[in-house]
Design a protein around this ligand. Sequence first.
Ligand code: NI
Length: 251
Amino acid sequence: MFIDTHCHLSKEYYDDIDLVVEENKKTGISKMIVSGCDKESILESMLFASKYSDVYLTIGYHPSEADVICEKDLILLENQLNNEKVIGIGEIGLDYHYGKENMEKQKELFRYQLDLASRISMPVVIHSRDATLDTINILKEYPNVKGIIHCFSGSLETANIYISMGYKLGIGGVLTFKNSNLFKVVQGVGLDNIVLETDAPYLTPEPFRGKTNSSKYISVIADRVAELLNVSVEEVSDITTKNTLDLFDLI
Ligand code: NI
C-alpha cells in the first residue's frame, strides 16, 4: 500500500471525485494527502476530507497567493487547522519562477505560516522554485519545524542540506522523465529520506504523460525507485509509508 503525500483533488480537474477515490483505493493507495493551497481549494478539500476516510489534508497559502492574501484569509487558515483531518501546513514557500517582483511579500507569507507551524508543532510541505538559497535560509530560522520538500528537483548537495535540517524529499513523476537527473539524488539519499507523491493532476509519470495525473500512478514512481535502488517495490512501499506516517504522526 502506498501513501500519495501530495495531490490536488478538485472538481476542476476530475469529473467524478467518488470514482477517482474509489479507483485509487483499488490500486493500492491507502491514504491521499490532498494539498489545499488557496482559499477555494482549502474549502473544497475540507469537504472531501470529511467525506472520504482515506483523504487527509495539508492546507496553506502557496507563494502565488502572496499578493492577494489578507488578514481574513489567514484567520480562515488558522481556524481550519483544528480539523482532525488536517495534518500539515502546505504547500507554502517561495516561487521566483513566476514572480520575483513580490519576493518580499512571498517571504512574509512564508514566514507567517512557518511561525504558525512552529507554534502548533505541525509539519510543513514546502514549494520552492528557483528560490533554493532563500528557502534554506528561511527554513533555518525555524529549526523545530520539519516537513517535506515537495517535488524536489535540485542537486544531491541541496538534497543533503534539506535532509540535514530534518526534511524528507517528495519524489514524484519527474523521476520518470528522460531529461531528469533526479535519479542521482534518489540513489544518493536512499529510501530513508524520501516520500512518494504524484502532485496530481500535474506531472504525470512516463509512460502516461499527456494524461491527467492521479494517485493511482504512484506505483509507476515506486517501480522506478525500486529499480534505481535495486530493492523490491514492497520495500519502497514499506519504507516510504513509514517515513510518511512518522512525519505526520499518523497510524
Ligand atoms: Ni502541488
